[in-house]
Design a binder for this molecule. Structure first.
Ligand code: NAD
Length: 500
């Protein structure tokens, strides 16, 4: 396997993007960005603090209040966003290399999934924006009522490390399409693609101050942003733990929040499924993005008659999934994002083994180029309440449990605090509908996994949060509804009553 030409890989710049200009952090501080495949620094970005958040929000507030973006017609905004999408496609290789370098994602996926999906989001919301119409409600009032959808104002977009480009675009694209302005805080581990996006948005014609970027360690700028009185709405994707803090802080100020939080999906395989296809979905569901996927399927539930056969297939197949440098064309599993994440996954597996789990395959970190690699791991024999089953591990780790009835499968699937995604692998279409309806999850995939698109809403229930990204639903959440009711006086009486 040959290493790709990585000369197009961008380098981080040690500045923030505020009011259309690259500026150093007020403190002058920077922080190092690490390549997870080697553990080495690749450069630094500005370490923004509350003072930088103040500057970014002031720029955004000014840009919103003078209407330089919000008063454009939807079609004008749409044209700019279509240019964003076009530029992302033109600069696809640079963006793909940024995600590879920063997150450690295999280049095969950054080229075919991350960059095209992000460009699709800008294209999708560009085309949807002109359809963001109000209504004319029918009322018995002697009046005429209509509704409009207005932008909310300054949106704080806070994104996680695992899909930096897609999950930034899934906020920025609908926010801008609806006429809002944005202050974006990417995850500290993965700021690189946001820097490229700042340039792309400016080049496409997004006016100064409409998109602002503050990089930095999470809690300080994140906290300052959510609590800032100049911020009107928070769009947050991240862990349930931080999501609770964000929701509390925003709740205190009565700010609307879209909260896309952790997941721990069950993938249910019935004995009537096409087993070859089902095993493909099972493996994809837990190794994709090295398991650092909120919609991963780390809990495999298998109907007892095929349990041992499926575990046997996994034992033989999982170790063959290509693991290695994210720069190699054939790599499917790259490193975890950081030394911390590697330590968390290692601890979770050790804890699972200590509490009676049987490692079917994998189970150990891998020493390779100094990167943060972990073997794809399958663990059988754990009870439903074991921490490795209940909690989000966020690594390439699959637990397997047998079930005997459809009801038991549903109960096991719904038995964690999370409710983001779930999967049903079955050859029985009636069962697919029945089970999908009973699953406590925002997304259900039948006979496959991770079938996602800009047009299809996703989001969670329970501890996986609320609100939806993608689809028309997301665009609506970046607006507020106004009703205007105009009294209509009766026609003046005429002299002869004939009306003529
Ligand atoms: P995280 O919660 O650690 O961080 C998310 C973002 O919040 C980062 O930008 C971080 O810097 C910022 N942050 C940290 N403290 C903050 C604070 N006090 N106030 C405001 N912002 C703060 O999450 P992560 O480790 O980057 O991402 C992984 C998690 O995200 C997983 O739990 C995963 O399931 C979840 N996730 C959910 C979805 C979804 O759509 N539901 C998608 C992707 C990831």
């Amino acid at each position: 396997m040959s290493h790709n030409d990585t000369t197009t890989a961008p380098r981080p710049r040690p500045e923030l993007f505020i009011d259309g200009r690259w500026v150093p952090a007020v403190s002058g501080e920077t922080m190092t960005v690490i390549d997870p495949s080697t553990g080495s620094g690749i450069g630094s970005v500005a370490a923004g603090s509350a003072a930088d958040v103040d500057a970014a929000v002031a720029a955004a507030r000014g840009a919103f209040d003078d209407g330089r973006w919000s008063t454009l017609s939807a079609r004008e905004r749409s044209r700019v966003l279509l240019r964003v999408s076009g530029l992302m496609r033109e600069r696809a290789e640079e963006l793909a290399q940024a995600e590879r370098l920063d997150v450690g994602k295999p280049i095969m996926f950054t080229r075919t999934i991350d960059v095209p999906n992000a460009a699709d989001l800008f294209e999708y919301y560009a085309t949807l924006a002109p359809h963001l119409d109000g209504r004319v409600p029918d009322t018995p009032l002697p009046a005429f009522s209509y509704t409009t959808r207005e932008p909310r104002g300054v949106v704080a977009a806070i994104s996680p490390f695992n899909f930096p480009l897609i999950l930034s675009s899934s906020k920025i694209a609908p926010a801008l399409a609806a006429g809002n302005v944005v202050v974006h805080k990417p995850a500290p581990q993965t700021p690189l693609s946001a820097q490229l996006m700042a340039d792309i948005l400016a080049e496409a014609g997004v006016p100064a101050g409409v998109y602002n970027l503050v990089t930095g360690e999470g809690a300080e700028p994140g906290d300052a942003l959510v609590k800032h009185p100049g911020v009107d709405m928070v769009a947050f994707t991240g862990s349930t733990k931080v999501g609770r803090i964000v929701a509390r802080n925003a709740g205190e100020l009565l700010k609307p929040v879209v909260a896309e939080l952790g997941g721990n999906a069950a993938n249910i395989v019935f004995a009537d499924a096409d087993l070859e296809q089902a095993v493909g979905a099972v493996i994809n569901a837990f190794v994709f993005n090295t398991g650092q996927f909120c919609m991963a399927g780390p809990r495999l539930l298998v109907e007892r008659p095929v349990h041992d056969a499926i575990v046997g297939i996994l034992e033989g197949a999982v170790g063959d999934v290509p693991l290695g440098s994210p720069s190699d064309d054939g790599t499917v599993i790259g490193p975890l994002v950081s030394a911390d994440q590697l330590a968390r996954v290692t601890d979770a597996v050790r804890e699972a083994v200590g509490s009676g789990g049987r490692v079917v395959t994998g189970g150990e970190p891998i020493e390779l180029d100094g990167g943060y690699y972990f073997q794809p791991t399958v663990i059988a024999g754990l009870p439903a309440d074991a921490p490795a089953v209940r909690e989000e591990v966020f690594g390439p780790v699959l637990t397997v449990q047998p079930f005997d009835t459809e009801d038991e499968a549903v109960a096991l699937a719904n038995s964690t605090p999370y409710g983001l995604a779930a999967g049903v692998q079955t050859g029985d279409i009636s069962r697919a509908h029945r089970v999908a309806a009973k699953l406590d999850a925002g997304i259900v995939w039948v006979n496959g996994w991770a079938m996602l698109d800009a047009a299809v809403p996703f989001g969670g229930v329970k501890a996986s949060g609320w609100g939806r990204e993608n689809g028309a639903e997301a665009l609506e959440s970046y607006t507020r509804v106004k009703s205007v009711t105009i009294a209509v006086a009766p026609a003046p009486a005429t002299g002869d009553g004939s009306g003529s």
